[in-house]
Design a protein around this ligand. Sequence first.
Ligand code: 5GP
Length: 199
Amino acid sequence: MKLLHEKIRQNGKVLSDTVLKVDSFLNHQVDPQLMKAIGDEFYLRFRHDGITKVLTLESSGIAPAMMTALNFGVPFVFAKKRKPLTLVDDLFTAEVYSFTKRETNTISISKEYINAGDRVLIIDDFLANGEAAFGLLELVKKAGAETKGIGIVIEKAFQSGRKRLEEQAIRVESLARISSLEAGNVQFLEEVDYEKTAI
Ligand code: 5GP
């Protein structure tokens, strides 16, 4: 996705060989035009999958998930990260180790909002080792629903997330795939022929 690649090149800050900071357009300040383009692209890629619900993790997944859900005409649900104090019986929960924060969180969704029979598209901002994705997959499974695929805004292809997910036959669609952050430079996995892409 040309617009996203350009944004990453122009505004992404490489913090280390493994961490990219994108606070200026995705993780803190949010670029709505870019979010719209992201929502359009995820819709294009999953439009034949009968999606009935979009699921993400607060907070950085919310903007791309909402724009995606808008295109599908379905609700989106964001899993909460803070440990719930009450009404635990009404929740599906999963444990997620955070790559950036180096801590384990219990993520949860209300049992009301994902149901058996739902066909779920999971959206997240980054894919690193797949911990967040596996946590969200577990919530869908506990709800008796089906995950149709995972849409990732920025994949760090040099980490293990995609491999681990594909081993479980999960479809992963990423809009930008980074092969390296070494020496402070962002390198993308493949040079995309932008003439052939939608955006
Ligand atoms: P994973 O769960 O796949 O190991 O890591 C993905 C999660 O960690 C994402 O939800 C994202 O919040 C965070 N994350 C992982 N790597 C990065 C990174 O390089 N930059 C930022 N901003 N967040 C990251």
